[in-house]
Design a protein around this ligand. Sequence first.
Ligand SMILES: [Zn+2]
Ligand SMILES: [Zn+2]
Length: 158
Amino acid sequence: MTPDQQQQCLSNAEAHCLNQGARLTNKRKRILFLLLDSGTPLSAYQISDAYREKYEHQLSIMSVYRMLNFLISQHLAHRLETTNQYIACAHMQNTEHQGSEHGTLQFLICDQCKRVDESGIRNDILLQLNQELRKSGFTMQQEQLEIHGTCHRCAKKT
Ligand SMILES: [Zn+2]
Ligand SMILES: [Zn+2]
């Protein structure tokens, strides 16, 4: 993502929050920027370290979690349950980002380059998967699907 695209994402995020009657404070914005800038998922501790390095300010890990939870509630960031890491929402470049692109959250996680793809499986298929599971008496705990594997870029290299 180019710096221009990052700025675009941040101003989209700001507009989105305003629309929701929420405020993307400076610190929240910085956390979001760190996630965007990383391009790969980060743990709360990695975020805290990156924050200190870039902004020369120490945030308590509790504040990092609080801000991450805010970003998640606004659909600007997501938490990967399988790795306990956080990523910026891939739909943020979209000006009409309302969080409505999200049916069942889906993440294709490349275990080699750590990149995460947020789409790839059609929503009706995910819906069907959920229904099939329910039919067999199984309830997915999170309405979130995380698939680990190798992305097409890394697959080409091997
Ligand atoms: Zn998203
Ligand atoms: Zn990869």
